[in-house]
Design a protein around this ligand. Structure first.
Ligand code: AMP
Ligand code: MN
Ligand code: MN
Ligand code: MN
Length: 282
């Protein structure tokens, strides 16, 4: 089987491996085609591309854009984007900047329940470029407030729990405009993670499709096998291509190890069906 993984993170955002290490690890795990999709950033792509060439694996540029849709946070992956596109670069920079203000607000919420120094603690886990809830999660684990990532995101940092704050990310149409302007393909990331009933999920898919979105993650590290089938059906119903990505964040911080992702259901048309990178890897 050709191993295609179109969703992964490095230390540029909230992964544990530097872009170069991540690509080496992917190569060791037998991945043939890898996309690096750091949250709201493109800064790791040049290094990752360079290492992919050394390792003889095919590389796909990407990013995972934070979006607010109907007051909920969803993620849109952009694949095969031009990393030098000015509007995309500027849009992502705006999102990264807004993360610092959000991080101050998260720390203030944690302060209210007696957890001190969270901003500094989270920052110590972060790169200079981005601060995310993952970095707060690592701080909370270090300080003994939770045993692992899963338990952090059950008890903290999510709606109704300490450390949660609302935040306004990019609009859906903006994210798609940035991706398309940069020559890329827009993909709905891990739809199984969103708290949307069937009506809202249909509305999201409809709006996304109307804005020129092309694909949806069917096989994801965040999906159960049941969800592979469910989103394979939805993809077909909406005429969307299917993507596949581990959402790898590093050892111990991922639901599935690099290279271990399930195969794409046979009923799907893979988003890479006509990609040169994949034809060359095959
Ligand atoms: P942010 O973009 O700052 O809101 O951070 C979101 C990140 O937190 C995601 O990209 C994941 O890496 C991590 N995360 C969110 N929910 C979970 C979860 N239930 N388990 C593990 N990691 C999570
Ligand atoms: Mn993440
Ligand atoms: Mn995501
Ligand atoms: Mn991700």
């Amino acid at each position: 089987m050709l191993k295609v993984d179109l969703h992964s993170h490095s230390t540029v955002s909230d992964g544990l491996l530097a872009p170069r290490q991540l690509v080496r690890y992917a190569a060791e795990q037998g991945v043939h085609v890898l996309a690096l999709t750091d949250h709201d950033d493109l800064a790791g792509l040049a290094e990752a591309r360079d290492e992919a060439a050394l390792q003889g694996i095919q590389f796909v540029t990407g990013t995972e854009i934070s979006v607010t849709w109907r007051r909920r946070t969803i993620h849109i992956v952009g694949l095969r984007v031009d990393a030098d596109n000015a509007a995309l670069v500027a849009g992502l920079e705006r999102l990264r900047e807004s993360r610092f203000d959000r991080a101050r607000r998260i720390a203030a919420e944690l302060e209210k329940i007696g957890i001190h120094g969270a901003f500094e603690g989270a920052t110590a886990h972060a790169s200079e470029r981005i601060i995310s809830r993952s970095h707060f999660a690592r701080f909370l684990i270090d300080e003994g407030h939770a045993k692992d990532m899963r338990s952090v995101f059950k008890n903290y940092l999510v709606k109704g729990k300490p450390g949660y704050v609302e935040h306004v990310w990019a609009e859906l149409h903006e994210a798609l405009e940035w991706i398309h302007g940069a020559g890329g393909i827009a993909v709905i990331a891990h739809p199984g993670r969103y708290d949307l009933g069937p009506t809202l999920m249909n509305e999201l898919f409809t709006e996304f499709k109307d804005l020129g979105g092309r694909a949806v993650e069917v096989v994801s590290g965040s999906h159960s096998p049941d969800e592979f089938g469910r989103f394979a059906d939805l993809a077909r119903r909406f005429g969307l291509l299917a993507s596949r990505g581990s959402d790898y964040h590093g050892p111990g911080h991922s639901y599935v190890d690099m290279g271990r992702l399930a195969a794409m259901p046979a009923s799907c048309t893979p988003v890479w069906h006509d990609w040169r990178e994949v034809l060359e890897a095959a």
